[in-house]
Design a protein around this ligand. Structure first.
Ligand code: GCO
Ligand code: MG
Length: 405
């Protein structure tokens, strides 16, 4: 007789930042984990799972991953959206973890095996000014990174996105029980960004990939101008140049610049990127395992992208737990149209709660050979770090108008 799911529980903890983790147990004693973290809205997904999904999982066959995915997605009637798709993702990833452990194989082997030797990752270099950014880029190159995201504080813009508090900890934009108020000013930014790229290229040359996140701040024609002005510095990509939900904005940007475009970390299903892919409006799609319905749905999205020459460039910020990062690396290793993977790392003391078999060397990561995802989750350790309400910031233009953060 096939195994059954005997328990499914949600653990909300805050070892360095908030994480929502789904733990699934089977009648054979196999335990699988999934990440259900949605930064700033963690408890909504925890409730979705606890109140509406976990009870439905009990008694189901854990081997039937696709059927369970369809059951949760179609069965809810209310489709898509970040809360639903993060909850479904957590179940999906936990079941892939179980399947790998049952088979005694790492998940990437179940997905068709490795298509490459390692997963190219990019790290984050940031600075409160350009000299500090240059130091940070240098530190990344010394660590072996071949690709680096560059962000510098725009003069006059308070709390520029992507610049850490420089307290020695990994960048984390969420803080406090109310959103932090930051400012935004497009004109200074558009003049400043090419100078940042110029300074980095002057110092380090063209042998390193440079990426940049605009974080949804521009209009389509402003984004077109940014793309044109950065062309001489050959960015690997500019990310989220305009608010991501308007797919057609990319028609305008595309018509004006050859700078590669990336989008998708806030999008949650294949339907949210259909126009972007089928019209070849972007070069990289940044949807993640944990916010896009899990491995089962993301690999369909990547398969569609492959048909249109679009590569993956998955979101990998610190708010995606080590479980999500491991799942991403397994998929990255297996798909034919892999592009790059974001790697921010996790704040201490996340390592007291999560262990992982993935590794970094010479700019590449590998998920390791442990069965399943290769991630351990210590529930007792997690209990030492209770949930703390933390919100992502808001951004206002100089006249106080609420802008996209
Ligand atoms: C990135 C992202 C993050 C997000 C964060 C929100 O490219 O890594 O933009 O920094 O802001 O994941 O929770
Ligand atoms: Mg981003």
């Amino acid at each position: 007789m096939s195994a059954r799911i005997t328990d499914a529980r949600v653990v909300v903890s805050s070892p360095g930042r908030n994480y929502v983790t789904l733990v699934v147990e089977t009648s054979d004693g196999v335990v699988g984990v999934g990440d259900a973290t949605l930064n700033g809205r963690e408890l909504a997904v925890a409730s979705y799972l606890r109140d509406h999904v976990c009870p439905l999982l009990l008694g189901r066959d854990p081997a039937r991953i696709e059927d369970t995915w369809q059951y949760l997605y179609k069965g809810a009637y209310w489709r898509r959206g970040p809360v639903t798709m993060t909850a479904v993702a957590a179940v999906d990833v936990a079941l892939w973890d179980v399947k790998g452990k049952v088979a005694g194989l790492p998940v990437y082997q179940l997905l068709g095996g490795a298509s490459r030797d390692g997963v190219l990752v990019y790290g984050h270099a940031d600075g409160r000014d350009v000299p500090e950014l240059l130091d940070r880029v240098e530190a990344h190159l010394e660590q072996g990174y071949r690709a680096v995201r560059i962000q510098a504080a725009v003069p006059g813009v308070v709390g520029t996105y992507g610049v850490s508090k420089h307290d020695g900890r990994i960048y984390e934009p969420a803080s406090g029980a109310r959103p932090e108020e930051t400012t935004w000013e497009t004109t200074s930014y558009l003049d400043f960004a090419p100078r940042v790229f110029e300074a980095v290229r002057d110092r380090f040359g063209f042998g390193v990939h440079l990426l940049h996140d605009v974080h949804h701040r521009l209009t389509p024609i402003e984004a077109a101008r940014l793309g044109k002005s950065l062309e001489p510095y050959r960015p690997f990509w500019i990310e989220d140049a305009t608010p991501a939900e308007d797919q057609t904005a990319f028609r305008t940007i595309r018509a004006h610049t050859t700078t590669p475009l990336a989008v998708g970390e806030v999008l949650n299903s294949v339907w949210d990127v259909q126009t972007l892919l089928t019209e070849r409006l972007v070069d990289y799609v940044r949807t993640s395992v944990s916010h896009t319905g899990g491995i089962s749905h993301l690999r369909k999205l990547y398969a569609l992208a492959e048909l249109y020459g679009v590569r993956s460039g998955a979101h990998g910020a610190g708010d995606l737990s080590p479980v999500a990062h491991a799942a991403a690396l397994h998929l990255d290793l297996a798909i034919p149209n892999f592009g790059i993977q974001e790697h921010m790392g996790h704040r201490d003391p996340a390592g007291e709660v999560f262990t992982s078999s993935y590794s970094f060397a010479d700019g590449y990561m590998h998920p390791g050979e442990a069965p399943g995802l290769g991630v351990g989750f210590d529930e007792r350790a997690a209990a030492r770090f209770p949930y703390e309400p933390r919100y992502l910031p808001v951004a206002r233009r100089l006249d106080g108008t609420l802008h996209d953060w």
